[in-house]
Design a protein around this ligand. Structure first.
Ligand SMILES: *[C@@H]1O[C@H](CO)[C@@H](O)[C@H](O)[C@H]1NC(C)=O
Ligand SMILES: *[C@@H]1O[C@H](CO)[C@@H](O)[C@H](O)[C@H]1NC(C)=O
Ligand SMILES: *[C@@H]1O[C@H](CO)[C@@H](O)[C@H](O)[C@H]1NC(C)=O
Ligand SMILES: *[C@@H]1O[C@H](CO)[C@@H](O)[C@H](O)[C@H]1NC(C)=O
Length: 283
């Protein structure tokens, strides 16, 4: 209702062009600008912060005194562009307490002051955290995604393959002490063919850029266990194969040796018999 009211006022005094709402993430810098659309004799541009219906002068710009940021606001506010028809300020490292509305006043002669209003909305949005677990049934995965933000973020799950789908959605929102919310959405992913399936989780707050995280299903811990198992099995197989090769060589060698020994024994026997018959010993 408040914003609608401001919009109506802005429409009535459309001589000043400014943003109705500026959205900024905690820690970012926010920029406001006001432009007087009609050429007037402006003596000074004043920026005010409105809190609890009390207007406090934050900064002024005039031909005579130039840029001035009032005491107590110098860390937070700075001018970006200064002109008597067009003026902009920056609020540095925005925090939750900077949220609220700000006025820009063009003090003109002889009309008096023309006012523009911009409201700052501060949001917070952390990167979502995705967790995938294999469910009891082999064709199912339990996907859960958590995101922390202010106001409470919306958490959306997505999957890259069309024949896989989410069901049994469950969303829980927990409020944290610093006025943020941690929203966790859990759903069951079912369907076959989990290899090279990408699961996405997007977190959104107001109209701010969303934050998204992608997870490949085969990179999940459960599968890495499986991968390690396959690795171990393949290693064992290779060792067995090598052992088999080596042992078969040994068997072959042994067989060859046995055959050679048998042949030599037979030969010796035969020769010795022959030699004996001839009457002279080989040895
Ligand atoms: C007024 O300032 C804004 C941003 O500071 C700029 O984009 C715009 O071109 C300026 N307009 C004029 C008329 O100087
Ligand atoms: C998994 O099995 C346990 C008990 O064996 C049961 O309590 C649980 O509901 C099952 N979960 C699913 C997703 O089927
Ligand atoms: C607010 O609390 C949440 C959860 O405790 C934390 O992740 C976040 O960083 C906090 N935000 C700030 C600005 O301290
Ligand atoms: C699988 O093996 C890698 C090293 O080869 C190890 O870092 C990882 O923790 C293992 N995964 C599991 C689930 O044991």
């Amino acid at each position: 209702a408040l914003r609608r009211h401001i919009f109506v006022c802005a429409a009535l005094t459309a001589v000043i062009q400014t943003q109705q709402t500026v959205l900024a993430a905690v820690g970012e810098d926010a920029e406001f600008s006001c432009q007087l659309l009609e050429t007037k004799d402006v003596l000074q541009v004043t920026w005010q912060k409105i809190s609890l219906d009390v207007e406090t002068n934050v900064a002024t710009y005039s031909k005579q005194f130039g840029q001035r940021v009032n005491d107590g606001f110098t860390d937070k506010f700075g001018f970006k562009y200064t002109g008597l028809q067009n003026c902009s300020i920056v609020i540095r490292n925005v925090m939750q307490q900077d949220e609220g509305c700000y006025h820009c006043l063009f003090n003109t002669y002889p009309e008096g002051s023309l006012t523009g209003t911009t409201c700052l909305q501060v949001y917070e949005l952390h990167e979502p955290v995705v967790d995938v677990r294999e469910s009891n049934s082999t064709e199912e995965w339990v996907v859960s995604c958590s995101a922390t933000g202010r106001p409470a973020p919306t958490v959306t799950l997505s999957v890259s393959q069309q024949h896989l789908s989410f069901s049994q959605y469950n969303t829980v929102s927990v409020s944290n002490i610093n006025a943020t919310f941690t929203v966790t959405t859990t759903a069951v992913l079912s369907g076959s063919c989990k290899h090279s399936t990408q699961v996405g989780c997007a977190a959104r707050v107001l109209s701010a850029p969303h934050r998204e995280v992608m997870v490949m299903l085969h990179e999940v811990q459960q599968t890495s266990d499986y991968d390690n198992l396959t690795l171990i099995i393949s290693l064992i197989s290779v060792i067995y194969f090598l052992l088999f090769l080596v042992s078969s060589w040994i068997i072959l060698l042994a067989a060859v040796l046995v055959v050679m020994v048998l042949i030599s024994v037979a030969a010796l026997h035969y020769c010795s018999k022959k030699k004996t018959r001839r009457g002279n010993f080989y040895f």
